[in-house]
Design a protein around this ligand. Structure first.
Ligand SMILES: Cc1cc2nc3c(=O)[nH]c(=O)nc-3n(C[C@H](O)[C@H](O)[C@H](O)COP(=O)(O)OP(=O)(O)OC[C@H]3O[C@@H](n4cnc5c(N)ncnc54)[C@H](O)[C@@H]3O)c2cc1C
Length: 541
């Protein structure tokens, strides 16, 4: 994808494909969209668990017998992504910035807006509902990729287009794919490839290097949708660094560096990791101890030595964006000076990459890095020597918003599964979802997620509009992470014993929902920031 028009083309193609999928499904079932007596298509899944047939979206649960086998019945009407609901806004050609809440066109009243938005999901409710029913028909029960029934009525046409196009990519990677990736600790290379091939890796990167030059709001929709598809953090983290990690290069790199560094990353030919955190200093980034010193041979190159911890994707990444100290702390006026940023080859002959066994997101590795005498060419220094912290800070707010959007996705995914299960599981002669003790916490979680969502997309919009301070980005990350964690925990509890079983996926979501509470900045540090910057209280750390 080289520009916004290309993304629109992808969305249009996705829409066409979806229409053709619906037709195929209708034909296959012999009942058209209204058919209730669906038999379910065949799911053809390759060794890695990728769905090979489009029809499999309509038959995933039915065809994989052990999925959902614990409950009787076959799903409900919650199995349809917005993209399946009908025609996405045609011919608008307008890439409204996501996050611009749809206030309507001039002369359009609230009813017109609502009608237009309904049309974006299919217009004809009966068609939409029939497709849903078909998906939920006997022996079927849903798509490989699933979304909550609620369709975010405030989304703008451009947001819907992005959501449609990326859900189409995600639909090839069903729950089984992610379950297996987690079990086998296997990086989702096929997913990364598919996202790159669809042109999404450069969503926020300049068109000149193969990107689409969109904003954080659009990237947020994309990452939320990926997580929400059931890919959760495994899917989002597999592409997260590509989406925004190289913002310092975009902003401060030379033209030669941008061409050399951004182009292969956007095309998906290279993967990058991000090395900031250190074992001895943690959140106190300014005290980090890894060093870079100039080589003595007069070349101007550097030699790096030190340690990093928690570096995600370092097992598979060819490149690293790394922050190290070039001037000792004792010799700088301010602690934020004297740190430098390099984007360079992750040379495995001099860098020992040791994986950390961890609680969740097993498909995407996190590692300790040990290095000494690691020669890095001077051409790989980004911006001015000693100015690295400022450059890293530049992207921090955006990263928080993106992590928050991913958290929302996982929260909605968990809520969807919980609601589906609660609507199906019968105990004491009635559906467990009929009990308010089950129903109310889920309703509460939906409201918490929706409240967080408003702040996430407000923060995204503010960032894209040039707002520089971090109160909304931090608040968004905090609120979304907490809401997502709560939704995941409740989803496990609603499933009872089966919540603890891997085949129901919610335990995986719960494990992964811990990540945004901890990284890239903890809840406590966010409260420290709000206390100081918003409430005007004395700095507490
Ligand atoms: C799955 C995962 C992936 C990650 N990926 C990356 C990556 O790719 N690259 C990277 O550089 N890092 C990565 N991280 C690291 C992450 O950003 C850090 O773990 C996080 O910033 C917290 O730092 P720490 O673990 O050193 O905690 P510490 O700094 O040791 O803090 C421990 C606890 O003490 C609290 N605390 C510390 N000081 C204060 C204070 N003054 N007031 C109140 N509370 C305080 C913290 O909030 C926290 O709860 C990842 C972490 C995880 C878990």
């Amino acid at each position: 994808m080289s520009n916004q028009q290309d993304l629109l083309d992808i969305a249009a193609k996705a829409e066409q494909d979806l229409n053709s999928d619906r037709l195929k499904a209708g034909r296959q079932e012999g009942t058209g969209f209204g058919g209730k007596d669906t038999k379910g298509g065949s799911t053809s899944t390759d060794e890695s668990g990728i769905d090979q047939s489009v029809e499999s979206k309509f038959s995933q649960h039915g065809a994989t017998a052990d999925y959902g086998s614990h409950v009787s019945g076959a799903g409900n009407n919650r199995d349809i992504p917005p993209s399946e609901g009908g025609d996405i806004q045609k011919g608008t050609g307008r890439m409204t910035k996501a996050g611009d809440f749809d206030q309507g066109a001039p002369g359009e009243g609230p009813e017109d807006v609502s009608k237009r938005q309904a049309e974006a999901y299919g217009g004809d409710d009966s068609v939409r509902d029939n497709i849903r029913n078909q998906a939920a028909g006997e022996g079927t029960g849903g798509f490989a990729t699933e979304y909550l029934h609620n369709h975010f009525p405030d989304l703008t046409p451009s947001q819907l287009e992005i959501r449609t196009a990326i859900s189409k990519v995600c639909a090839q990677f069903g729950d089984e794919y992610w379950l297996r990736a987690d079990k086998e600790h296997r990086f989702p290379v096929e997913f990364h490839r598919a996202v790159a091939d669809a042109g999404f890796l450069g969503i926020c990167m300049p068109e000149a290097y193969g990107g689409s030059d969109m904003g954080i709001a659009e990237a947020s929709i994309m990452l939320q949708t990926i997580a929400e598809s059931g890919a959760a953090y495994a899917g989002a983290s597999a592409v997260h660094m590509n989406i925004f990690g190289l913002e310092p290069v975009r902003k401060f790199g030379t033209d030669e560096q941008k061409e050399r560094m951004l182009t292969p990353l956007i095309a998906g030919r290279e993967r990058a990791c991000f090395g900031v955190t250190e074992p001895n200093t943690g959140l106190d980034t300014l005290k980090l101890q890894s060093r870079a010193v100039r080589c003595e041979d007069g070349s101007g190159d550097y030699e790096l030595s030190g340690r990093k911890i928690w570096i995600s994707t370092a097992q598979v990444a060819e490149k690293i964006l790394i922050l190290v100290r070039t001037t000792p702390l004792e010799e700088v006026k301010k602690a934020s000076h004297g740190l430098s940023l390099f984007y360079t080859d992750l040379k495995r002959d001099v860098v020992e990459v040791r994986e950390i066994e961890k609680m969740g997101r097993a498909a995407v590795d996190s590692n300790m890095l040990f290095f000494d005498g690691w020669r890095v060419p001077k051409e790989d220094l980004i911006g001015e020597e000693g100015n690295g912290f400022k450059m890293i800070m530049h992207g921090m707010n955006a990263e928080r918003v993106l992590i928050a959007a991913e958290a929302l996705g996982i929260g909605y995914a968990a809520l969807r599964r919980a609601a589906m299960y609660a609507g199906e599981r019968t105990v004491f002669g009635r559906k467990i979802g009929q009990n308010q003790a089950i129903q109310h916490p889920l309703a509460d979680s939906w409201m918490q997620l929706e409240s967080a969502r408003l702040v996430v997309y407000l923060a995204a919009k503010l960032y894209d509009d040039g707002h520089e301070s971090g109160e909304y980005a931090n608040a968004a990350k905090y609120l979304a992470a907490e809401a997502a964690f709560r939704a995941c925990e409740r989803a496990v509890m609603v499933h009872g014993g089966m919540g603890y079983a891997k085949e129901y996926h919610v335990e995986r979501y719960l494990r992964e929902s811990m990540i945004p509470r901890i990284a890239p900045v903890s809840r406590e540090m966010i409260c420290n920031y709000i206390g100081e910057k918003v409430l005007g209280l004395p700095r507490s750390y």
